[in-house]
Design a binder for this molecule. Structure first.
Ligand code: SAH
Ligand code: SF4
Length: 385
């Protein structure tokens, strides 16, 4: 069975051609699927009967079974989707006054293995397909439209963030068609500014995304120097800060926004001192800097991390230092933590095929080398200090 959710519009047109149908029929079919949420070909009343007959038996709109739904006291909703083989992934809907954001997973687990991330601790099972990435949006949008009693043309989801389980840029081939469907006027019609890819810093893929499908980019920074970032985000050993920042500058040439959002998870006693904040400001404002905004994320604890959240006063003081340096800085409000739906708490159900869990048990979290950035009298950070 071909899953029609696996195709962007171009792909669906090619598939229709293969079936001996005109390409424009694909647009009609695409609209039925993504705009109306239809899965039953018989319901697609204005679609040529010849196409409907050909599709039956060979193709389907394959949704993901919902294993569970949890609603937070603050309105956040988390779904666990069964993706087969003992794996399950999570999506989170975050309603706000002026928008509805869906946080989507790109992989079952994650191979990057950041120490402060619950998904990272679970290890990696496999990449999701384009259809599995889109099935999360397809289900949430059409389910919520009914549930919230939205009228024709009203949307439940106005923003998508690729911030669920997984490193989206390590699943590039499946990601890009999914992004195209989100942006397509015949699909979800979201503007590039309202679709955000968050990455721990896969440098070559940042360049490819700039060329193929530039949407808003968030980069998970978490440290102002390579020594500390190596310990927190292991991918930094492959793509160190200087290379990452250079890729961010190149990205801005094509980006829909004129800044990169840097995410920074606030870990008590690890990366949250005044000196860290000063070093960060120097890093992004310096000659190798990047026009950016900071989004500070108070660490969301989970069992086994062995880490704690920075106290509120520390987060405020840290933000103030960045703001005083002229950098727009916000603190992410924690949403859905009562149902473990907050950033970094998504764990789904993952068959760890990379033995990350084992490696992390052998090397417990405590030994993270806590390096303080060295600052010169001018407050500038020494490179690779
Ligand atoms: N893999 C991508 C996207 C998923 S994680 C990335 O790392 O960017 C989405 C965001 O949540 C990232 O900024 C990540 O660093 C942050 N995060 C992970 N674990 C967290 C935790 N326990 N508390 C707060 N933020 C966390
Ligand atoms: Fe993977 Fe992102 Fe979690 Fe790091 S923070 S382990 S890259 S999902």
């Amino acid at each position: 069975m071909v899953n029609l959710l696996d195709f962007d519009r171009e792909g669906l047109a090619a598939y229709c051609e293969q079936l001996g149908e005109k390409r424009f029929r694909a647009t009609q079919l695409f609209r039925w699927i993504h705009q109306k949420g239809a899965a039953d070909f018989d319901a697609m009343s204005d679609l040529a009967k010849s196409l409907r007959d050909k599709l039956r038996g060979v193709a389907a709109v394959t949704a993901l079974p919902v294993a569970s739904e949890q609603a937070s006291a603050d309105g956040t909703i988390k779904w666990l989707f069964d993706v087969g083989g003992g794996d399950a992934v999570e999506s989170v809907f975050i309603p706000e006054d002026d928008r509805g954001t869906l946080c989507i997973s790109s992989q079952a687990g994650c191979a990057v293995g950041c120490r402060f991330c619950s998904t990272g601790h679970q290890g990696f099972s496999r990449n999701l397909t384009t259809g599995e990435i889109l099935a999360q949006l397809w289900f949430a949008e059409h389910h919520l439209r009914k549930r919230l009693n939205l009228g024709d043309g009203e949307r439940a989801i106005t923003n998508v963030v690729m911030m669920g389980m997984g490193e989206p840029l390590q699943n590039y081939a499946a990601l890009v068609p999914a992004l195209r469907v989100m942006l397509d006027d015949h699909g979800y019609g979201l503007s590039r500014r309202r679709v955000t890819v968050s990455t721990s810093g896969v440098v070559p893929m940042i360049d490819r995304l700039r060329a193929d499908c530039p949407v808003a980019l968030a980069v998970s920074l978490h440290a102002p120097d390579d020594a500390l970032r190596d310990a927190l985000v292991p991918l930094n050993r492959k793509y160190p800060l200087a290379e990452l920042l250079a890729a961010c500058r190149r990205y801005l040439e094509a980006a829909p926004r004129d800044f990169i959002t840097f995410e920074y998870c606030m870990l008590d006693g690890v990366n949250d001192s005044d000196a860290h904040a000063q070093a960060l400001a120097a890093l992004v404002d310096g000659p190798d800097g990047v026009p950016c905004k900071f989004n500070l994320i108070p660490f969301n604890p989970f069992p086994a991390s062995g880490l704690t959240r920075s106290p509120n006063e520390r987060v405020t003081a840290f933000a103030r230092i960045l703001q005083d340096a002229g950098i727009v800085t916000t603190v992410r409000r924690t949403r859905g933590d009562d149902i473990a739906a907050a950033c970094g708490q998504l764990a789904g159900e993952v068959q760890d095929r990379t033995r990350v869990q084992e490696r992390m048990t052998r090397a417990p979290v405590r030994p993270i080398r806590i390096t303080r950035p060295q600052t010169t009298p001018s407050g500038r950070q020494e490179r690779n200090a």
